[in-house]
Write a protein that binds this ligand. Structure first.
Ligand SMILES: C[S@@+](CC[C@H](N)C(=O)[O-])C[C@H]1O[C@@H](n2cnc3c(N)ncnc32)[C@H](O)[C@@H]1O
Length: 311
């Protein structure tokens, strides 16, 4: 069962990256259980403000326990950032945090269907009130769609065999539980990776697909730039190489819009001005943090700062 706790990854580093000003306005797009949010609040003065978002109703309910007039939490997908912050009366921010992926309470709650460690309905939606469940998707997708998702998002070598096993099984009846899926994958995968359940990659891939995690990320990043005021910081912690690639390319593209193909007949003044500057290099958690919190193993943090129109 979930004990409701989540150990925030790179917590000090992320909040340092936000460069919190006492009277600033901050947005935590992924509240989870509020590990990062609480650190931001601890650095805010009386005039500061923190708006938190999460698409998961249980996370939002947990946020309700923070009794602080500087804090507000709303339920919603961060791909609707612009709309959500506008509804909360926020027009500009001094810092925005994205700590991507799922939280420990989501993984630890058998009823949510994220984990192969328990037997439960195969749901996997972060917002259990909208979108298609993993079971429904597995029942409707073509074999090649299933293979592509497992191969791309799970970086799974045996995606072809797993997709074939799922499609063969569903001809006999729905693949509706986490245990069914875990057993199917274990039987389809010919070799094992040390210290990893054979279903790990497949579960991760289906979760990323069902929650449209990469699309959400691609949609929120430009909205973050729009919302930040000059000097404001964007901090993103990713847990998957595809996520980090999206963040890296986006930040570089915004920092160097002038990197056009050579010999194009463009004058300097026609080039778009940079909207971000990257701050430092990508950071990974120290080994002590990884030792204490295995979730930190794949974390990568990137920080960028909004550049003013005249900077
Ligand atoms: C890794 S946890 C964040 C943990 C948090 N930083 C803490 O310290 O407790 C990610 C959270 O983001 C939420 N989330 C993921 N994708 C989201 C999206 N597109 N829109 C809103 N919330 C999202 C998840 O529901 C989950 O609660």
């Amino acid at each position: 069962m979930s004990d409701g706790s989540h150990t925030a990854v790179l917590s000090e580093q992320a909040v340092n990256g936000l460069n919190v000003r006492g009277d600033g306005v901050y947005v935590d797009c992924t509240f989870g259980r509020g590990g990062h949010s609480r650190l931001v609040l601890a650095r805010l003065g009386r005039a500061g403000r923190l708006l938190a978002l999460d698409r998961d109703a249980e996370a939002v309910a947990a946020g309700g326990a923070i009794d602080d007039r500087r804090f507000r939490i709303l339920q919603g997908r961060f791909s609707r950032l612009g709309e959500l912050v506008a509804a909360a009366g926020v027009t500009q921010a001094d810092g925005i945090l994205l700590d991507l992926g799922v939280s420990s309470p989501q993984l630890a709650d058998p009823a949510r269907g994220f984990s192969f460690r328990f037997d439960a309905p195969l749901d996997m939606r972060m917002d259990a009130s909208s979108g298609i469940t993993a079971a429904d998707w597995l029942g409707a997708a073509t074999q090649s769609e299933i293979r592509e998702v497992i191969k791309t998002y799970g970086e799974e070598r045996f995606a072809k065999q797993i997709a074939a096993a799922i499609v063969a099984a569903r001809a006999r009846g729905p693949v509706g539980t986490t245990r069914q899926l875990a057993l199917l994958v274990a039987a389809a995968v010919p070799t094992r990776e040390p210290r990893q359940d054979p279903a790990t990659r497949t579960f991760q891939a289906i979760r990323i697909h069902v929650n449209q995690e990469l699309e959400e990320l691609s949609l929120v990043l430009p909205q973050c730039v729009e919302l930040l005021q000059p000097g404001g910081r964007l901090v993103v912690i990713s847990f998957h190489s595809l996520e980090d690639r999206i963040v890296k390319r986006f930040m570089r593209g915004e920092a160097h819009p002038d990197r056009l193909p050579l010999r194009l007949p463009v004058r300097a003044r026609e080039l778009a001005a940079p909207r971000l500057r990257t701050v430092g290099r990508a950071r990974r958690p120290p080994s002590a943090e990884i030792g204490a919190n295995p979730r930190a193993r794949s974390a990568v943090m990137r920080v960028a700062e909004r550049v003013g129109a005249t900077a």
